[in-house]
Design a protein around this ligand. Structure first.
Ligand SMILES: Nc1ncnc2c1ncn2[C@@H]1O[C@H](COP(=O)(O)OP(=O)(O)O)[C@@H](O)[C@H]1O
Ligand SMILES: [Mg+2]
Length: 335
């Protein structure tokens, strides 16, 4: 692991331009533009529209993190996974949450192992001293405090959290998921890491990825992100897909679902999204619903089936009550 890192204690950091060059080089040669990227993602079961394909292509070519914002279930996380698959690079995921900090995102010292090592070294030193005292030659093996401390704070005892893992796993796709859940301070910290693609560990020096990762940040927009972070990224807003695309997504993801059922489920979900619901269903819910109906052996959807299987789509009682008061029959017949 350590070999893949440039550990340069006290050395000067590379200027940004040279630090980030090379990300675009990860793109396969046959991806010559957004359309080629869209097609290749499609081959992997991820159906991007032109806007998203262009954003992803430019993000990679310009070596910019891609910031995807949009409602839950619009395919933000799935895009990062599809890009990793396409690039043949591992996906390293940092799931953000309230209160996340650098030790959970970057690295931490493995305290229990450090303690064990310390104890073992002490025991070895004591045994050496006892043997020395008993032996004819005399003299003890003193515990070399400095050397021991150096050992304790070596890479061996460093626990790599996702951000450091991403710098060490080069090249890779780094997904920083749901960044809106983290707080302002963490965002500022992220900005620093994304500026340099290197981290400074006081005891070890600067650790830098030889090839910076392809970075995808996602946000469900539960709060606004800072302009400074946005400025660094290529930004794209993901809407719920249009009817035809969503039907296609269901057909690609769940090939055993009939065309008729896919169309009806999608039409019903899209009708529900037009209502003022607490939690509008995303593509994930469309897929879940279609899968649930297939398990029940349904070939087509009717009002009775909707009522019985609504738990796949709406997870708030108020939303279910609202749906029950709707007449979806026309929507289902028309699909
Ligand atoms: N454009 C798409 N093509 C294929 N699958 C999609 C697409 N958009 C969403 N999905 C599927 O919908 C589900 C939810 O997507 P996800 O990426 O988790 O949403 P988000 O991260 O935006 O909340 C996943 O199973 C994903 O595979
Ligand atoms: Mg997600």
């Amino acid at each position: 692991m350590t070999e893949s890192l440039d550990a340069e204690a006290g050395s000067e950091r590379l200027p940004l331009t040279s630090a980030v060059q090379g990300i675009g080089g990860l793109l396969p040669a046959d991806i010559t533009g957004p359309e080629a990227l869209r097609q290749q993602l499609g081959g992997l079961g991820y159906l991007a529209d032109d806007g998203l394909a262009t954003a992803a292509y430019l993000g990679m070519r310009l070596s910019r993190p891609l910031l995807l914002e949009g409602e839950a279930g619009t395919g933000k996380t799935a895009l990062a996974a599809a890009l990793a698959q396409l690039l043949g690079a591992p996906l390293v995921r940092l799931q953000c949450y309230e209160g996340i900090d650098a030790t959970q995102a970057l690295y931490d010292w493995d305290f229990p192992r450090q303690l064990l090592h310390l104890r073992a070294s002490e025991a070895a030193a004591n045994a050496g001293a006892a043997a020395g005292a008993a032996g004819a030659a005399g003299g003890s093996a003193p515990l070399e405090a400095d050397r021991l401390e150096g050992e304790l704070y070596s890479r061996r005892f460093l626990l790599a959290r996702p951000l450091l893992q991403a710098l060490e796993t080069s090249p890779c796709v780094l997904l920083i998921d749901e960044v809106d859940r983290a707080d302002d301070e963490f965002e500022a910290f992220l900005l620093e890491v994304l500026s340099e693609y290197s981290v400074s560990v006081p005891e070890l020096g600067t650790l830098r990825a030889p090839v910076p990762p392809v970075v995808v940040l996602t946000s469900n927009r539960t709060r606004e992100l800072h302009d400074a972070l946005k400025r660094r990224c290529f930004y794209h807003w993901l809407d719920h897909p249009a009817f035809a695309r969503e039907v296609e997504i269901v057909r690609v993801r769940l090939p055993h679902v009939s065309e008729q059922l896919a169309r009806q489920v999608t039409a019903a979900v899209q009708a529900l999204r037009r209502e003022d619901l607490l939690k509008p269903p995303g593509v994930a819910e469309t897929l879940d619903w279609a899968a649930a109906l297939t398990v029940l052996g349904a070939e087509r959807l009717d009002a009775d089936l909707v009522a019985r299987t609504l738990g796949s789509v709406l997870k708030y009682r108020e939303d279910q009550q609202r749906a029950a008061s709707l007449d979806l029959q026309a929507v289902l017949t028309g699909a």
